[in-house]
Design a protein around this ligand. Structure first.
Ligand code: FES
Length: 140
């Protein structure tokens, strides 16, 4: 298995709900969220202080990139490049696509092509000690 294949299988290798996986692929660990209806839920305890993690996506082989900005605001984007579907990885303050070099803000806004649009964004809310990402019907 090559590195990209290994990275794609990491979510399946995560030990269980709420367990931070390895950060061997790109700059963020993998986390398996609780799925409640069309929402993905992680507790701040599960995040263990991390400000950027990949969450397994319920219907895609590409994960969701969950990020907390310095302002404290959370964002969640589908880590599936809008050019041809590769998985952008966090590099400093950007998400960089390894296939053809598109770059995105950490909140998914397009910085540089060849992708023509930003990444799909999902609403994020904080509910007590949980961070909730609405996936079903919530992408834009
Ligand atoms: Fe991402 Fe081409 S698939 S730039």
């Amino acid at each position: 298995m090559d590195r990209r294949g290994f990275c794609r299988t990491l979510p399946a290798l995560a030990v269980g709900v709420g367990t931070l996986g390895t950060a061997a692929c790109g700059g963020a660990a993998y986390l398996v969220p609780r799925s409640v209806g069309g929402r993905l839920v992680v507790s701040t305890a599960d995040l263990a202080g991390a400000t950027a993690v990949f969450l397994t996506h319920p219907s895609s082989d590409r994960p969701i990139f969950l990020h907390r900005a310095a302002s404290g605001e959370w964002s969640a984007v589908h880590a599936r490049c809008t050019h041809r579907g590769c998985q952008p990885e966090p590099v400093g303050e950007r998400l960089v696509c390894p296939c053809h070099g598109s770059e995105f803000e950490l909140d998914g806004a397009l910085l540089e092509g060849p992708a023509a649009t930003g990444l799909t964004r999902y609403p994020v809310a904080v509910d007590g000690t949980d961070v909730v990402v609405t996936v079903a019907g919530g992408g834009s």
